[in-house]
Design a protein around this ligand. Structure first.
Ligand SMILES: C[S@@+](CC[C@H](N)C(=O)[O-])C[C@H]1O[C@@H](n2cnc3c(N)ncnc32)[C@H](O)[C@@H]1O
Length: 237
């Protein structure tokens, strides 16, 4: 099975150079995080650091955490070229503990939980590294519309999203998808698994968001009809 270290250069080029501020999904994430200025924030599974750089630019004190040494090397190159005070740490999201425990006002995990093999230890770790009252926001491929057997079908009324194997949790990889699910694959969990595991880890659900993309924001008309992305906002009591 391939890892993000195997595809680091490809991933860096695939996500391109467009600013996070231009991304309609990130705009919704930013609204759920609120003002980050002066806050200590963990960008969990930060990859090559595009979100960490945006948060630091917005005034946050940012620690980026990722498992991939190669993506972190790209992130550190950006930091050297344009210093924003971001600290990058190589760590496994499933083993978050000291010295990060209780130190963050917020944890953001942007488009990465479906790349992380185990959910429960990850959510427990997030709870550990947040201060009381701190927030945890994550965005994922919407589990109701991305499965190992999801696709599109042309009908007389237009394109519709088709879904199968929703209840089959675990790793899947596509031979046809252009993004990470076609390269490293993805871990599927049902919506109830995501939310029940979150609350079992001691986090309180605050808000769900399923952004509807306008035709000008997507080249796939189907994402104006059903949500491609799910965003979840939660809080440590
Ligand atoms: C789709 S990328 C998203 C990266 C970044 N958040 C972004 O939006 O560009 C998924 C990331 O999850 C990271 N990842 C996967 N498993 C991980 C783990 N167990 N601990 C930490 N990071 C992990 C990968 O290395 C990769 O950087």
């Amino acid at each position: 099975m391939k890892t993000y270290d195997d595809i680091a250069e490809w991933y860096d080029q695939w996500i391109g150079t467009s600013a996070m501020g231009d991304d309609p999904i990130f705009a919704e994430v930013a609204a759920l995080m609120g003002d980050v200025s002066g806050r200590r924030i963990c960008d969990l599974a930060c990859g090559q650091g595009r979100v960490a750089r945006y948060l630091a630019q917005s005034g946050a004190r940012v620690v980026g955490v990722d498992l991939s040494a190669k993506l972190l090397a790209i992130a550190r190159r950006h930091e050297e070229a344009d210093p924003r005070g971001i600290e990058y740490v190589q760590a496994d999201a499933r083993q978050l503990d000291e010295p990060l425990a209780g130190t963050f006002d917020g944890v953001l995990c942007f488009m990465a939980l479906m790349d992380i093999q185990d959910l429960a230890p990850t959510f427990h770790g997030v709870t550990r590294i947040l201060r009381p009252g701190g927030w945890f926001v994550f965005s994922i491929l919407h589990p109701c519309y991305h499965t190992s057997r999801s696709g599109e079908m042309e009908t007389a009324e237009g394109t519709v999203r088709t879904i199968g194997r929703y209840f089959e949790e675990g790793h899947w990889r596509s031979d046809t998808r252009p993004g990470p699910p076609g390269r490293v694959g993805s871990y599927h969990r049902t919506l109830s698994t995501y939310l029940n595991t979150l609350t079992a880890a001691g986090l309180q659900l605050v808000r769900l968001s399923e952004p509807q993309l306008s035709p000008s924001n997507t080249n796939r008309a189907v994402w104006s009809d059903v949500p491609s992305i799910l965003i979840v906002s939660s809080r440590k009591p």
